[in-house]
Design a binder for this molecule. Sequence first.
Ligand code: HEC
Ligand code: HEC
Ligand code: HEC
Ligand code: HEC
Length: 432
Amino acid sequence: MLEQEAVTARGIAEAMQAMSCRAVGIAAQDLAGGIDLLKEIQDKQKLNWLSMNLVDGTTNQTIFAPSVDTRIGSINITILGLTDERTDPGKDAGYTILPWQEVLPEVVANVDTRADMIILLSSYPDTINKEITRTVQGIDLILESAHGASNQPPRKVEDTLLARVGAQGKYVGMMRINWTDAGQWGQNFSEQIRAEQNRLDRITWQIGRMEKRDQEKDLKIDGRYQRLLVTKEKSVQKIKQLKETRAHATGEPCSFTNRFIGLKSSMPEDREIQAIIDQTTREVNRLNRKRIRNTNTQQHFSIDTLAGWQKCQECHPKQTAFWQTTDHSRSLKTLEQAEQQFNEDCLLCHVTLPYYDAARVKSEKLLLQLSQSLKNVGCESCHGPAAAHSRQPESIRLVNPDQKICTGCHTPDHDDNFIFADKIREVRCPRE
Ligand code: HEC
Ligand code: HEC
Ligand code: HEC
Ligand code: HEC
């Protein structure tokens, strides 16, 4: 993690504290600076980090609080934090993230008795949160951390409401919730009945078609036909049941309204927050100037340290075949299509280089020395220069790329939605 990211993290935490934020769920990207940075922020900025499944690597105890209880009016609310475990923290990180299945059901069962409402802050993507709603009962609201650029209005899945505000902090989401004694979101019975009726119509049609086509005695021993009859009966019962529940529904169900508020367009600047942002920006710029001065004096890598993907293919055909299915292998073609293949400002991130510092690449005229096999985002853009490894693979080892390598090219200017944990899955080479 760069020092500048730590500075940014502290700035964000300070701003959240100024906004009296009650709790923050820990997501994989929050861990980039290590546990100690989070602890420091918790102590200094008084930010409540929550995670029930982030545990100490040796003791298996949670490192931060799994939940926080709060009371609004007469309603007891418990807020839970859950961290996406599918990023490998590595052996030396000192912590482990347990999969949700091992932790969540028990935690929810324990708070269910004391809380009127349970809110889960989850950094898992939408598909897994949906699975959670189907497996774990008792969670009333899941607030997803942003895995996509777009806002996602609250939707009811099973008995849980799923909501998310898009990445980048362009919007805040505001929900007004009317939580009644029913303790459950209202059901839309008419919708459910209509869906079930459609299903029943389809089944009835299939049955009718089989009856027209086949002999009665054949149908008696036709497994598919018999199964359809059973399904039809179940569907009829379900509709009956839904209609009965609708007739007997009493009391006012819980309800909500939702709004996304565009920050640029509809909120005045807040002086206190603006001062925090300005201070953070100045500090980040200071660090960047220092970093640039340092890199200018760093060791020299020449283009000869690169072997090019065709060399790698000789010994790693499987990974090469995979790489050829990714857009990285076509990145020069992309520039050609935009007629920018000679533009040095564009080539920088669309080819394979020993390093990606624009000023140095230019001053050493590296872009004029590229062989055909380096004219794409190749193996060595991620694994580092590997000419030496290609000659002596057993003694000279390579690294697997971390987030820092990707964000050298996937900068906010060129990829405004880069989430390492998601994107790495699309480009990770297969194992031997
Ligand atoms: C002459 C054959 C050969 C060539 C050429 C070669 N490799 Fe390897 N590579 C190996 C072998 C063998 C291993 C496994 C080493 C071991 O496990 O002892 C390996 C391992 C690796 C690994 C796993 C990490 C490690 O070091 O164990 C990566 C990543 C890798 N190679 C990438 C590359 C890339 C990128 C290129 C092209 C620039 C390349 N290799 C060229 C033979 C080769
Ligand atoms: C040398 C610069 C560079 C590096 C390093 C780099 N990328 Fe990319 N990446 C690109 C460019 C350029 C494209 C667009 C390619 C195109 O469409 O022509 C791209 C495209 C992608 C895509 C869309 C590709 C697809 O096949 O759908 C993903 C996902 C991605 N990169 C993930 C990563 C990850 C994860 C890392 C780090 C492990 C990484 N990239 C490292 C430059 C880079
Ligand atoms: C700092 C690195 C960087 C530079 C410089 C850069 N690109 Fe890219 N470019 C990327 C990355 C990363 C992606 C993949 C973005 C994604 O997957 O969303 C990409 C994707 C693209 C794409 C395909 C996706 C799209 O947005 O349509 C085009 C076209 C493209 N770049 C053109 C250019 C041109 C033209 C220039 C020069 C003006 C340029 N790039 C300079 C990193 C860079
Ligand atoms: C966008 C980044 C990226 C690019 C480009 C890339 N790799 Fe990889 N590669 C990875 C990652 C990430 C892993 C780690 C997989 C893991 O941890 O299981 C990996 C793993 C490997 C391994 C080790 C597999 C094993 O058995 O553990 C080899 C070998 C390898 N890559 C070769 C290549 C070759 C050859 C190319 C080019 C043709 C290439 N890679 C291009 C990201 C990349």
